[in-house]
Design a protein around this ligand. Structure first.
Ligand code: ATP
Ligand code: PRP
Ligand code: MG
Length: 290
């Protein structure tokens, strides 16, 4: 049987990725200490790979495709096919940022103030290129992690990833500039992409993964509306296209069904009730394919 070898990111993105895949319809089970999780699709084999290494495994064709951060693809300068960008991070459905940060009390206020200074980061190549483009010569040292703790004792500034901003705040650091934004990417090997069977399999995954991400922020809403209240209720309702309206039996009114952002749903639900809607139910969605 043909198989697609898919790399999943070990570490920070692992849980969010497995949750996303569950919504997309795939159950991935990770056994502790094993780098070969199981998946309920005979046509896919999965491997856990560190995000930093993912694009190199794919460029070399050791695996066909995988999920990793755009940051590490750029850092490794790998030649891979970017299939789709999926906006989710460890904790939220957002992009993450790599920022140049300094202690709150530092005299460094712009990137130009870094001339001759010492910077610690895990993202050495991207940082080096960023500074070189601006004519700054600085001493960039590789950090193995816990980078926030290094300024000001060991270095003048750091370039570090931030999602919620909690780590920067907890370590009394101030952002000077954003160096790059990064989202999770589904990337593929060029030869795998040229193979019709593999490409279709990868494209199907991309569609389901994207659908799962879009669905995370949306909900389904159903309600009954008595005759006479329909216009008032419809004025309040957004929909992907237009809401579905069906007639209730014996002319008792209408049933309305729609899909909308969860934040809008929580705002308009009381308004719908006041406009005459009854029996309003809200339900989560697994996938929304646009
Ligand atoms: N909140 C987050 N913290 C860290 N990385 C995140 C977060 N959200 C998304 N990511 C992405 O996850 C990947 C993390 O990769 P990284 O190689 O730094 O390993 P890690 O999972 O953080 O492991 P480690 O514990 O060694 O730091 C990056 O591509 C990064 O952009
Ligand atoms: O803005 P925040 O939401 O606080 O997230 C950013 C923090 O998360 C990551 O650390 P990680 O958990 O990967 O540990 P590490 O320092 O060992 O890399 C990253 O390196 C930052 O320290
Ligand atoms: Mg990390």
């Amino acid at each position: 049987m043909k198989k697609l070898c898919l790399g999943l990111p070990k570490g920070s993105l692992q849980e969010a990725t497995i949750d996303m895949m569950k919504k997309a319809g795939y159950t991935v089970i990770v056994n502790s200490r094993s780098y070969y999780p199981t998946i309920d699709d005979d046509e896919i084999s999965v491997r856990l790979i560190r995000p930093q290494d993912m694009s190199r495994y794919i460029e070399k064709g050791i695996i066909d495709a995988g999920l990793t951060g755009a940051d590490w693809v750029k850092e490794a300068e790998s030649d891979v096919r970017v299939v789709v960008s999926l906006i989710y991070a460890k904790q939220q459905l957002t992009k993450v940022k790599w920022v140049l940060a300094v202690p709150e009390t530092s005299a460094i206020h712009t990137v130009n103030d870094l001339q001759g200074k010492k910077i610690a980061t895990e993202l050495v190549n991207v940082t080096r290129r960023y500074l070189a483009e601006r004519g700054i010569v600085a001493d960039i040292e590789f950090s193995h992690g816990a980078t926030e703790a290094k300024a000001p004792d060991l270095v003048d500034a750091i370039v570090e990833l931030t999602e919620t901003g909690n780590s920067l705040r907890a370590n009394k650091l101030r952002i000077v500039e954003t160096i790059m934004e990064s989202s999770t990417l589904l990337i593929a090997n060029h030869n795998a992409w040229e193979d019709e069977w593999k490409r279709t399999k990868i494209e199907n995954l991309a569609m389901l993964f994207e659908g799962a991400i879009i669905a995370r922020e949306k909900v389904g809403l159903k309600m009954n509306v008595p005759n006479g209240a329909l216009d008032q209720v419809l004025k309040k309702l957004p929909a992907l296209r237009k809401p579905t309206i069906s007639s209730l039996s014996e002319g008792a009114g209408y049933a309305i069904e729609t899909v909308l952002d969860e934040t809008i749903a929580r705002k308009i639900t009381p308004e719908l009730k006041r406009a005459g809607a009854e029996g309003i139910i809200e339900y989560p969605l697994n996938k929304v394919i646009l």
